[in-house]
Ligand binder design. Structure first.
Ligand code: NDP
Length: 466
């Protein structure tokens, strides 16, 4: 322990990554403080994964009611109260944020409310909300975990009328019409949320199909399924401008179409939150994309400063930030150098229906597997929809390295896909073969049983519909 400094470790940012690193290190007997300028919990708890999932669950009820009617239930006069929901959600988020703060306290971490700015490699200045100087703190080591911020194209005429996901969590009323720009996780998830709540929803994406980077069959299948849920999907175009009219916001598109909505939301990516941190002063360099440059052990270009989570723009997922925090702690404080393994990290898109994927897409496998690739694919109507008029379909796809017979990718679109993929990820991470998957007896009747009963290989040379 160094008495030269106020703390052994000073963490900037009390989100998922920062909190985990701070707690582990304090529990290990070090003097730790964490600075947070907003609310403890970070993006995930305050304005990301958690409130988003509550919104998805609120929205999915409308679909559940439709299914229920097929089973003989009736819900005449059922209605949804947006302000009541937002209030309930905010109470729960405040409770969770409080638990995070309490857990920091129990671990012996000092919580510093304010904005931390690096003055040199061992010194941070804490600024108050009004920008005034609060105090100077020194630390032997510093960990930056400030996360990311939504980005929208600032040069677009009228962009000031548009919101991002941050404001979407607090809209005073549910709009009648919304246009969401973007085709990634956030765009697809919020399009599902608003459509499920009865909002006339348009998704505008510049590329040929949504969810770039996902398996082409997943992309094509999901685009079809969300259209079945009433979302209007416009591909291959972008905004030319946004204009305020007497009746709403006029979205003028580059393809010449005009669409009037009440709300326009940009979900066009997030950027590392590095502004005003004083990184240069401390010798912390950035990558070309504006993220903090780190090595495999999350060490920045300054010897005593590390960075984890979205601010490093490696794999921007909460559980990954937490694993990076653990690896940082093991490496720096437990003499056990650990680099997080980004291979076979499962991920879910909470669209409606949701997506769960792990491992390689078919196209990635065709590039990286030395020999051929076997593809097993099924589309079917879930049993739950038997009594409804719905023609919704589930997609399940296994990508197998033909030479080793290892299952290298699993892709699911359909109800409970996020729950299924967590378990499938164990088998993919463990490198199990298709024969080992097949040796696992099915659970019947479930959707997941398809994963262990897929027999028919797709003809080789099959080109995915992407
Ligand atoms: P993404 O990077 O996933 O998607 C951004 C979208 O915006 C892409 O479709 C991109 O198009 C489009 N875009 C970018 N620039 C422009 C532009 N100038 N004009 C029009 N469209 C543009 O970002 P998100 O904001 O959706 O999410 C950020 C990250 O947060 C995700 O990548 C993910 O890591 C994480 N996240 C994870 C979730 C989960 O785990 N369920 C949920 C939400 C977020 P193109 O594809 O052509 O580049």
């Amino acid at each position: 322990m160094s008495e030269t400094y106020d703390y052994d470790l000073f963490v900037i940012g009390a989100g998922s990554g920062g909190v985990r690193a701070a707690r582990l290190t304090a529990l290990g007997g070090k003097r730790v403080a964490v600075a947070e300028e907003f609310r403890v919990g970070g993006t995930c708890v305050i304005r990301g994964c958690v409130p988003k999932k509550f919104m998805v669950m609120a929205s999915e009820v409308s679909h559940a009611l439709e299914i229920a009617e097929g089973y003989g239930w009736s819900f005449e006069g059922a209605s949804f109260d947006w302000p009541k929901f937002i209030q309930t959600k905010d109470v729960e988020i405040a409770r969770l944020s409080g638990i995070y703060a309490a857990n920091l306290g129990k671990a012996g971490v000092d919580l510093v409310h304010g904005r931390a700015v690096l003055k040199d490699a061992h010194t941070v200045e804490i600024l108050k909300k009004d920008g005034g100087r609060d105090r100077i703190i020194t630390a032997e080591k510093i960990l930056i975990a400030t996360g990311g911020r939504p980005w929208k194209p600032d040069d677009l005429p009228g962009v000031e009328h548009a919101i991002t996901s941050e404001e979407a969590f607090h809209l005073p009323e549910l709009p009648k019409r919304i246009l969401i720009a973007g085709g990634g996780y956030i765009a697809v998830e919020f399009a599902g949320i608003f459509a499920g709540l009865g909002v006339e929803t348009t998704l505008l994406y510049r590329g040929p199909n949504i969810l770039r980077g996902f398996d082409d069959d997943v992309r094509a299948h999901l685009a079809g399924e969300i259209e079945k849920r009433g979302i209007k999907v416009i591909l291959g175009s972008r905004h030319a401008s946004i204009e305020q009219t007497e009746t709403g916001l006029l979205n003028r598109l580059e393809n010449g179409h005009d669409i009037e909505t009440d709300v326009v939301m940009f979900a066009t990516g997030r950027v590392p939150y590095v502004q005003g941190l004083g990184l240069e002063t401390a010798g912390v360099a950035l990558t070309e994309n504006g993220a903090i440059k780190v090595d495999g052990f999350s060490r920045t270009t300054a010897d005593n400063i590390w960075a984890i989570g979205d601010v490093t723009d490696r794999m921007n997922l909460t559980p990954v930030a937490i694993r990076e925090a653990v690896a940082f702690h093991e490496t720096v404080y437990r003499d056990n150098p650990q680099a997080f393994d980004y291979d076979a990290v499962a991920t879910a898109v909470f669209s409606q229906p949701p997506v769960g994927v792990v491992g390689l897409t078919e196209s990635e496998a065709r590039h990286s597997c030395p020999g051929a690739v076997d593809v097993y694919l099924t589309r079917f109507r879930p049993m739950k929809y038997a009594f409804t008029g719905s023609d919704e379909r589930v997609l399940m796809k296994l990508v197998v390295d033909a030479a080793s017979q290892k299952v290298v990718g699993v892709h699911i679109v359909g109800p409970e896909a996020p729950e299924m993929i967590q378990l499938a990820a164990i088998a993919v991470k463990a490198g199990l073969t298709k024969a080992q998957w097949d040796a696992t007896c099915a659970v019947h009747p479930t959707m997941a049983e398809e994963l262990v009963t897929l027999k028919e290989k797709q003809a080789s040379g099959h080109v995915s519909a992407g």
